[in-house]
Design a protein around this ligand. Sequence first.
Ligand code: GAR
Length: 203
Amino acid sequence: MLAIGILVSGRGTNLQSIIDAIEAKRINAEIKVVISNKPDALAVERAGKHGIPVEVITNEGFASREAYDAKLVEVLKGYGVELVVLAGYMRILTPGFIKAFPMRIMNIHPALLPSFPGLNVQKKAIEYGVRYSGCTVHFVTEEVDTGPIILQAPVPVLCDDTVESLSKRILTEELKLYPEAIGLFSEGKLEVRGRRVFIKEKE
Ligand code: GAR
């Protein structure tokens, strides 16, 4: 069974979709630990309700981002984590962290990468005038939002969309896509070649 560690900072709807998929046995995995950099994140409460160990690690007392990330690696390895899942985790990981879990860190991003990396991307998609945006699950590499793409789901951008309405439509897809990607990983079906990810038995 795949041992997962999930990093969060906020409301935790993606975390919840992963918990639900595991509880419904749609993914053969166990969430060993949820780590939040924010003590008051709703995600912390969600994990607690399901009896999942939670560690709140704020950046207080750490001299550098490297020192903070070294602590995260220590905690994740301590729980035997094999796959690190970023679920609304709003800190950029240092190279040391990424090297500790090569092609074993996933992120979900609310746009169709490589379009609109970074923050506030639903607003950027509306302002740019694209007809489609969506979400992307990708492996995390040292450059932000550029790692090999695992799955994507497109979502139309409507003329009267607000940031809220588009974000909601994208989130609906996120909540399906992330469990699917984690499921494929847990079944050993993802093979990374260069920057392409091949899904075994599908291609
Ligand atoms: C999600 O929309 C996720 O795609 C986004 O933050 C939200 C977290 O919501 N992540 C990023 O923008 C990463 N750069 P959640 O806490 O309810 O899952």
